[in-house]
Design a protein around this ligand. Structure first.
Ligand SMILES: [Zn+2]
Length: 161
């Protein structure tokens, strides 16, 4: 018995599944693990193993990025607080000439704060079924919103105070 490269590749993908998410039918999400016929037994949709794998790998890559959303948002909140502290500090001490410099830095920090906070919004791109496999603590929209608001207020503060 001999195989073409394409067949070998197909068998490799099927038998050595290296993505932490299960292989699922793109139509009905039926678990295709170990199936030999490239047709979903649940809904009859034909599939190709390399495509099933690519889909799972893409979803997992996205999930990995979102996984760190809470940490990102927490760092964002810290950045925003430090930024606020800095722009108030130079004003309270009356360090006039340094104010402009600090404000410019604070604007960058503010932008970073908003971006870090916005990471929690990426959860919407992860399909619902995949979320169950990824999170010990799911992304907190509240934490993200807090970082984003802090960042925006810092922008306004640096520009107007
Ligand atoms: Zn199906």
């Amino acid at each position: 018995m001999s195989f073409t490269w394409d067949e070998l590749d197909k068998m490799r993908t099927r038998d050595r599944w290296d993505v932490p998410l299960p292989p699922l039918c793109s139509h009905c999400n039926y678990n295709l693990t170990g199936l030999r016929d490239e047709r979903c037994p649940e809904c009859g949709t034909p599939f190709r193993w390399p495509e099933v794998r690519d889909r799972a790998a893409r979803t997992w890559a996205l999930a990995m990025r979102v996984q760190h959303a809470n940490q990102d948002a927490t760092v964002g909140v810290a950045c925003g607080l430090v930024g606020w502290f800095a722009i108030l500090f130079v004003r309270v001490l009356g360090l006039g000439p340094i104010c402009v410099l600090v404000d410019v830095v604070a604007l960058f920090v503010a932008l970073l704060t908003v971006i870090l906070g916005a990471q929690v919004l990426n959860i919407r791109q992860v399909p619902k079924w995949a979320r169950a496999y990824m999170f010990k603590s799911p992304p907190s929209l509240l934490l993200g919103a807090a970082a984003m608001l802090l960042g925006l207020s810092l922008m306004v503060g640096a520009l107007l105070l």
